[in-house]
Design a protein around this ligand. Structure first.
Ligand code: C2E
Ligand code: CA
Ligand code: CA
Length: 702
């Protein structure tokens, strides 16, 4: 009797898990189908920044490993901007064309060998198959589902195919084939195992109790809805017995209850299986949480012109900026309620001809009519207020902040391009702290496209030597003789010509590439100095700029020291420039770095002094060797007596602190005279020389 109760328990947990697994796989397939429908409208596909960024966005949203399109000729456009293994491409394309929707068996990603699944859907154009959309799914996404909800740590589940080979597992398994490993277990009656295998092959529910190395186990198998796969749930006897002891004093009422759940789930599963893939394709247009359209439907409406667009229409992407916080603080239930409420309000507010859909967790896409920007702005901000007001009953709503990205529809372009543009505007809106409604304009587009191009070519540029160093002399204000120079990076691009650092340094600081670039520049400078030394040229110290990012890098100073050691150059020849803002942001950190640099023998210079709010007090504690006065700090002294006095006073104080003072951006004789009169030592600027390539700079050294 006891044993039967435990058996039921294992079965219930197993059925539960198989329902979850089916749902997860089907939901992935649905997402793939949705994206396929969206992408379809862009046929024929070109590797445009819009398409790539759409694929990247979806990859991120859905936590795919890769997402892409394979055209009939085998061309691949994917979010992982890398060529794909040719065999893989053929395998995916072939299966997808044959089956319309395709879920692969588990297989190693040729890229890194990690096991993945591929979910794919065929792409149509005018009724003909023209390619495949595929998503590479890391197996980890299913692992939590396969943790059996009973037996604590001991219960686990995995998915096998008809041959008993493991496809997906919740944990590391000591075997690869279920049947083989079962055959090595001791069975009182070998016929039992025979029957179990038959059941699995026949896609029937199956149950087995067996013993392996003195451990008794309960195994339950239930068929899944894809690829003839089968879910195997295992519960070792130790925990089964623990459960069983509990069960003995649990009333028969509960037993019946559990049994009923089991029956119910069984029925549910049958229905779920009936839900075949073809249906999935056509009924996948409703977002089950809110009842709104989903992105596929929206895209279809656009591409098939199913609605009369308002005379002036805008595609608005709407994002609840703190949605994750709501989920974390109040739980998913509340989060879901909030989303439902938002959908409710949108439904109320929309005029005839306007539509909306929920595209991802907390993202909604709206198609709205409007007369002018200002009115649309007002309408959107009212929407936020209303969402917040209407649900004061639920305090979660009070936290809602929304951001809007607006694309004004002015041309007949594919839906996903419109979406990408609205998304660009949305990203701007999220970045802005005050204006949460942003309109897409061409300028944004150009900037972002430009940045993407830079990002795509930076690695190659570093390797091919496209980054070079220019030198700008620093001259003695009294004698005009050279006292040093600053190294400034230049990007010599084949198409764009000489690119100035202001165009790429901020980007490289965001993506971290600056760490490598700065070290590269340092190495170039060190090499040059060594050459000059050998050639017997006059040597002056060279200043090298380092980004604030290095301050948090423990390898920063050791790395620098290594480069100087490598070329046997004295660190005295290198001056490190750190900008004022860096230092003020974290004084303790800056103090440590300056001290560390001094210990290794480097001189340190504070760049852009006077552009921020340095206090002289801070300077006293930081022990800089040199201060560079910002160009802005020096402007306007001619007209303004007060400015003149401030500059003069500052310089006097800095000199008392024992620092050398360099004026930057000096362009005129007047400036030179003034600076010399008030006690400044050195100047750098166009007056003496622009930054020049090394060949020109070498003339300065002679
Ligand atoms: P910065 O360190 O303040 O460099 C001085 C900038 O002023 C240089 O711009 C220089 O060309 C410009 N300049 C020099 N004399 C004059 C003048 O008389 N008038 C005017 N109007 N400008 C003058 P550049 O080369 O475009 O560099 C811009 C900034 O990029 C630099 O400002 C520095 O912050 C950064 N940078 C340059 N190279 C590197 C590098 O290798 N690593 C890092 N992290 N940053 C770098
Ligand atoms: Ca500098
Ligand atoms: Ca500067």
């Amino acid at each position: 009797m006891l044993e039967r109760e435990v058996a039921v328990q294992v079965k219930v947990a197993g059925e539960d898990t198989s329902v979850d697994f089916n749902r997860a796989v089907q939901s992935d397939q649905q997402v793939v189908n949705t994206i396929a429908i969206t992408v379809q409208s862009g046929y024929p596909w070109y590797k445009t920044p819009e398409l790539i960024s759409f694929l990247e966005l979806q990859t991120r949203y859905n936590k795919f490993k890769n997402l892409g399109i394979i055209a009939l000729d085998g061309t691949v456009i994917s979010s992982q901007d890398k060529p794909l293994n040719v065999k893989w491409v053929q395998y995916i394309l072939g299966n997808t064309l044959e089956k319309e929707v395709f879920l692969s068996a588990r297989q190693p990603d040729p890229e890194d060998g990690n096991a993945v699944l591929i979910s794919a859907a065929v792409l149509h154009h005018k009724g003909k198959a023209v390619g495949a959309l595929f998503a590479v799914l890391p197996l980890e996404r299913y692992q939590t589902i396969l943790q059996l909800p009973i037996g604590g740590e001991d219960g686990f589940a995995f998915v096998v195919n008809k041959e008993g080979e493991v496809e997906v597992s919740g944990r590391e398994l000591p075997f690869e084939n279920l049947f083989t490993t079962l055959r090595s277990a001791s069975f009182q009656d070998p016929a039992l195992l025979e029957r179990f295998q038959e059941d699995v092959r026949a896609k029937k529910h199956a149950f087995l109790r067996y013993k392996i190395k003195n451990h008794r186990r309960f195994v339950y198998g239930s068929p899944l809805s894809m690829n003839g796969w089968y879910l195997i749930s295992v519960l070792p006897t130790a925990s089964v017995e623990k459960q069983a002891r509990m069960l003995t004093w649990v009333s028969t009422g509960l037993f019946i209850f559990i049994f009923l759940i089991f029956l119910f789930l069984g029925g549910y599963l049958l229905r779920l299986r009936a839900y075949n893939n073809q249906q999935l394709f056509t009924t996948a247009f409703v977002d089950s949480l809110t009842g709104a359209h989903n992105l596929a439907r929206m895209s279809q409406i656009f591409s098939e012109h199913l609605v009369q667009l308002p005379a002036q229409a805008a595609l608005v992407l709407f994002d609840i900026t703190k949605f994750k916080v709501i989920n974390d603080l109040y739980g998913y239930e509340r989060g879901n309620q909030v989303l439902q409420r938002v959908a409710g309000i949108l439904r109320e507010q929309l005029e005839p001809g306007e539509i909306f859909c929920r595209s991802a967790a907390d993202n909604f896409v709206l198609l709205l009519g409007y007369e002018e920007r200002s009115k649309l702005r007002i309408r959107l901000s009212k929407l936020t207020t209303q969402i917040r007001r209407d649900c004061t009953a639920n305090d979660a709503c009070l936290m809602i902040e929304a951001a809007f990205g607006v694309y004004e529809i002015k041309e007949d372009i594919p839906f996903f391009i419109m979406l990408d543009r609205a998304h660009l505007a949305l990203e701007n809106a999220k970045r802005e702290s005050t204006e949460k409604i942003q309109f897409y304009d061409e300028e944004d587009r150009r900037r972002i496209v430009h940045e993407r191009q830079l990002e795509n070519s930076m690695e190659a540029a570093l390797e091919s030597g496209a980054f070079s160093v220019f030198f700008q002399p620093k001259c003695d204000l009294k004698t005009g003789k050279i006292r040093g120079a600053e190294a400034l990076v230049r990007w010599n691009d084949l198409e764009r010509g000489l690119v100035r650092p202001d165009e790429f340094i901020p980007l490289f600081e965001r993506n971290g590439f600056i760490l490598r670039l700065d070290m590269f520049i340092l190495e170039q400078v060190v090499k040059k100095l060594v050459t000059w030394e050998k050639e017997g040229k006059e040597m002056v110290p060279i200043s090298v700029n380092f980004s604030r990012l290095h301050l948090n890098d423990s390898q920063y100073i050791p790395q620098m020291a290594r480069i100087l050691d490598k070329y046997h150059l004295s660190p005295r020849m290198i001056k490190v420039e750190l900008t004022e803002s860096v230092i003020l942001n974290n004084i303790v950190l800056a103090q440590n770095v300056v001290r560390g640099l001094h210990q290794k023998g480097f001189a340190v210079s504070m760049d852009d002094f006077g552009s921020g709010y340095s206090s002289l007090n801070v300077l006293k504690n930081l022990q800089f060797d040199e201060i560079k006065l910002d160009k802005e700090f020096l402007t306007g002294f001619e007209q303004n007596e007060n400015a003149k006095r401030v500059i003069e006073g500052t310089i006097r104080l800095l000199k008392i602190l024992g620092m050398e003072i360099v004026a930057e951006g000096v362009e005129t004789q007047k400036q030179v005279d003034f600076l010399r009169d008030i006690g400044c030592d050195i100047a750098q600027g166009y007056f003496y020389s622009r930054p020049v390539p090394e060949s020109d700079f070498e003339k300065w050294l002679q």
